[in-house]
Ligand binder design. Sequence first.
Ligand code: FES
Length: 136
Amino acid sequence: MSAEAMYEEIILDYYRHPQNFGTLEKPDIKAKDVNISCGDEVEIQIAVKEGKIAQIMFHGKGCAISQAATSMLTEHVQGVSLEKAAKIAKQEVLDLLSIPISPMRLKCALLGFKVLKVGLYSYLGEKRDGDECEDE
Ligand code: FES
């Protein structure tokens, strides 16, 4: 089996048995987005503890690439500080997939990444605004 075929198999396995799939009872962060070209969607929920991603779950529907990439991403950021997770680059997600992603599938591969960023940025932004208000 070639390396590419092996990684495709891993992606399919993540799609069939996604890690961190589900919802949290009381998420501190919740974000959702839809890939407008296909209608597929992903929602990510995060529980925050001491500035870190204590628990992260996702749910939604979509193609194997979008669901596997999101699942891999949730594992990748588990336990990571919010600030660090907010700085994750697109390439890190593509590296997790380990197979070449065509320009057509890029939106699929990065759907969860986009949702994660939106959630983290809005949480960190609100927190910053709140902190500034407390200082006043
Ligand atoms: Fe919809 Fe991939 S085809 S996210």
